[in-house]
Design a protein around this ligand. Sequence first.
Ligand SMILES: Nc1ncnc2c1ncn2[C@@H]1O[C@H](COP(=O)(O)OP(=O)(O)OP(=O)(O)O)[C@@H](O)[C@H]1O
Ligand SMILES: [Mg+2]
Length: 351
Amino acid sequence: MFKTNKLYLILLIIITAATLTLHYYGLLFEGALGHSHLIHVIHARLCYIPIVLGAVWFGLRGGISTAVVISVFAFMYILLKPVVIAENLISEYTEIAFYLAIGGMAGVLVDRERTFARKKEEAERKLQHAQRLSMMGQMTASIAHEIKNPLGSIKGASQILKDDSLSDEEKQEFAEIIEKETDRLDFVVKDFLSYARPSPARFEIIDPREILNSASRQLNYQARENNINIHIDYNNAPLIKADSDKLRQVFLNILLNSFQAMPEGGKVEIKCSQENNHAVITVSDNGIGMPKSDMEKIYEPFYTTKSRGSGLGLATTKAIIEEHKGSIDVDSIEGKGTTLKIMLPVEEAEK
Ligand SMILES: Nc1ncnc2c1ncn2[C@@H]1O[C@H](COP(=O)(O)OP(=O)(O)OP(=O)(O)O)[C@@H](O)[C@H]1O
Ligand SMILES: [Mg+2]
């Protein structure tokens, strides 16, 4: 900043000196060439250039200072070359007054513009800060809510377990509750961390079908429990460059959403194919669907319609897909079902 200012100052001095020299040059050669009023007028107008530049680069201070320097030289010019016609003299003084006025006005305008830009920048910074605080507030409230329920269950189950009169079967049941709720806590914390502090992706060349298989296998038990049929239809699946753990998390999030959208059971269809330079993966369910107005909100962090949802599943999913330079789209009909379509570029893998 300091260096640029210095450069502008040197440039301003050079331009001012060049303009004034041109102005005086006419006077020096007047004897030989004769006085040309037109050339004098042009030279006098040229003086506005350094004045305006002074204002643009240094605000009011620059505009006025340059105008004063030029006015002093213009005044000396009048003294050196006495003007005989009164009208011309008035014109010369008017010019000087204009130098000062233009320098002042341009300077004030530039200063105002700069103050405005500074205030805007400050307001934007404050807004960003407020948004971060609000996000943190939401996040804290959401974490507290998500952690409170499993903690309550764990506490209750462990208190009951202290009772010696429990049968082995009952003990087993409460131990399972503790295990399940601990898993839930683990999932919640991982979910928050992967959204709030995502680790950098470790790209490798993979077959997306392997990740899809592994994610659906992981949820097989849950699918059976909930009467859900997973149907897989793989077409021509290309290799892609991706982080397999992150991609597995994406498919788990999407599949879990589908399961949760079908409380009475149903069918989930996973498809994988190639379209031009993209691997296209779709996951469709015949669950509750969602209204059109909700389709824009589902990727927003903390947007959830579930009593036990953090609303981070699809926000994280979208961030991961974007990290892979892909895209995600939703299509849904209320009461009929939902399809999520993911496109991932293949050309990277082929290089
Ligand atoms: N397959 C689907 N069918 C119907 N609604 C869906 C489906 N997938 C997502 N949604 C809607 O989008 C919302 C946001 O989903 P998201 O996965 O981000 O959060 P969540 O499932 O509510 O919570 P969690 O953080 O536990 O995943 C859901 O609450 C639900 O309303
Ligand atoms: Mg979800």
